[in-house]
Design a protein around this ligand. Structure first.
Ligand code: MD6
Ligand code: FE
Length: 220
């Protein structure tokens, strides 16, 4: 009988939280959201009641395979006019739902772990990946101030995150993000290209047949 091995067995929700360096200014806090994941998912249901998932259209006219919604003062939207942050949900013509305190609290604790104290996000983009959904290489550059990091929480099915460099053609490294993992991303890494490979089919006890990603930003 090995108590430690049993306690932190292969089950993703039961691993000990640990910090992994990704690049200068970027880390993965393995399992950082595992202990609050049930609260996050319960509070997400409230958000979805007011602002359901929808498939946005890219400026080029393509329907995104990832379904999205937002909470907080600002929400990220895309349509044929371009990408931008907007205080109004274009589907409801109302303000986005407020960011639940459980979200704000986790985002601030995660940012502090990575050396970004005082992080107060005003936007949370929520992504839902169903099997086959992917996000092509992109930079997050619609925010006004690049001094704040981005905090990205993975829930449910695992996904391969691609992490590149300052140019789209730079080589990428692959990072498997599992339920409860938190990637924090700022400073010299803030504008690196990144993406997500097509989600592999599966079933997760917390989310069912999908992966949910919460990305927190200071957009204004
Ligand atoms: C995702 N994440 O993990 C998509 N962006 O589903 C992102 O696009 C992202 O994880 C900036 C920083 C961290 C991220
Ligand atoms: Fe991104």
């Amino acid at each position: 009988m090995q108590p430690t091995a049993d306690l932190f067995a292969a089950d993703d929700a039961a691993r000990a939280p640990a910090i992994e360096a990704l690049a200068p200014g970027a880390i993965v806090w393995r399992g950082g959201a595992a202990s609050c994941s049930a609260d996050l998912l319960a509070d997400l249901q409230q958000v979805l009641g007011a602002a359901p998932f929808r498939h946005l259209v890219t400026p080029g006219g393509f329907r995104m395979s990832v379904a999205m919604t937002n909470c907080g003062a600002l929400g990220w939207v895309s349509d044929t006019r371009g990408y931008r942050y907007d205080a109004i949900d274009p589907d409801s013509d109302r303000a986005w739902p407020a960011m639940p305190p459980s979200f704000v609290d986790l985002a601030a604790r995660a940012a502090a772990q990575a050396g970004y104290p005082g992080f107060r996000p005003d936007a949370c983009l929520v992504n839902r990946y169903e099997p086959g959904a992917r996000l092509s290489l992109h930079q997050d550059r619609n925010e006004r101030d690049f001094r704040a990091p981005i905090v990205s929480v993975s829930l449910g099915l695992p996904a391969v995150f691609l992490f590149g460099g300052g140019q789209r053609s730079d080589p990428t490294t692959r990072v498997l993000l599992r339920h409860g993992d938190v990637a924090i991303w700022g400073g010299p890494s803030r504008l690196r290209y990144h993406g997500v490979l097509a989600l592999k089919d599966g079933e997760h006890a917390a989310t069912g047949r999908c992966r949910i990603n919460l990305t927190f930003r200071c957009a204004a």
